[in-house]
Design a protein around this ligand. Structure first.
Ligand SMILES: [Ca+2]
Ligand SMILES: [Ca+2]
Length: 271
């Protein structure tokens, strides 16, 4: 790509959860479109795969390349890739020519359906040069792999927004996408949010219980934040329960933060 700079061989990244296997990869687009991002899904542990789904929905002939993907324990997926839909051309090392931006796309049901694709990084970066003579300058981003932790999908990429001596050059940038459904559960689907401190032999327990109107959100995630620390909690049936052992004596602040704004924070005083 880019006249010999930035080698990309098309491979992507797999992810798997509960015998569902996910794979994103890049391949040449139609006509002179150098790349598009595709997703395939297996629901039988990788024996068979679905028809490919093109994840980038732009109608340009600009390239998308080097995707990665992560799956959270609650079954949300986030795929991210390099995307030049926002530019007309790219010039290696020229800080005055914007080239690409990181774009991503999220699924909240383990790959069954996908939300709209969205810009992930904040700016369209120039195409960074690699002026170090000890490095083969077409090797960029081959090992950008995404991961998910309890609360976030996390991903890093090569970015050229910072110039050195007037030349755009490679730096590593990082961002994250919440693993929760990002406010996808309306407050009207929630019945109550109860918090208590329970004194038991062997240590106290702080318990939060979210009750929903029905089981339609079972398997999705909510975020319950305790004293500023977010906890991703999976809905089971019509209930999501969080328990913190030995939370410490005194008041605690417990709030449902995803979806946000449905209930006021609770401040139980633990004995
Ligand atoms: Ca394309
Ligand atoms: Ca650098």
């Amino acid at each position: 790509m880019f006249n010999g700079y930035w080698r990309h061989m098309g491979w992507g990244e797999p992810a798997a959860l509960n015998n569902v296997v996910h794979y994103v990869y890049a391949q040449h687009g139609a006509g002179n479109d150098a790349g598009d991002i595709f997703y395939i899904r297996s629901t039988d542990s990788g024996v068979t795969f679905s028809t490919p789904l093109k994840l980038n929905t732009d109608t340009t002939t600009r390239p998308q390349w080097q995707p990665n993907i992560s799956v959270s324990s609650g079954g949300t997926l986030f795929a991210m890739w390099y995307d030049a839909r926002g530019s007309a051309s790219c010039q290696k090392g020229n800080p005055g020519v914007p080239c690409y931006q990181m774009w991503g796309r999220k699924s909240t049901d383990n790959g069954g359906t996908w939300l709209a694709d969205m810009a992930f990084s904040d700016v369209i970066t120039p195409l960074p040069a690699q002026p170090d003579p000890g490095i083969v300058d077409c090797y960029v981003g081959d090992y950008d792999y995404a991961s998910a932790v309890a609360t976030d999908h996390i991903s890093a990429w090569a970015d050229g927004r910072v110039s050195v001596s007037g030349q755009s050059q490679q730096d590593t940038f990082f961002d994250k996408e919440p693993t929760g459904a990002a406010g996808g559960i309306p407050c009207g689907d929630l019945v109550s949010f109860q918090v208590r401190c329970k004194s038991v032999t062997g240590g106290d327990k702080l318990q939060a219980r979210l009750t929903l109107t029905d089981t339609s959100h079972s398997g999705e995630q909510v975020t319950i934040t305790v004293d500023g620390n977010p906890n991703s909690v999976t809905i089971n049936g019509n209930v999501a329960k969080l328990q913190i052992n030995n939370p410490g004596v005194g008041p605690h602040t417990v709030e449902l933060t995803d979806p946000a704004g449905c209930f006021p924070p609770s401040t139980p005083n633990c004995p």
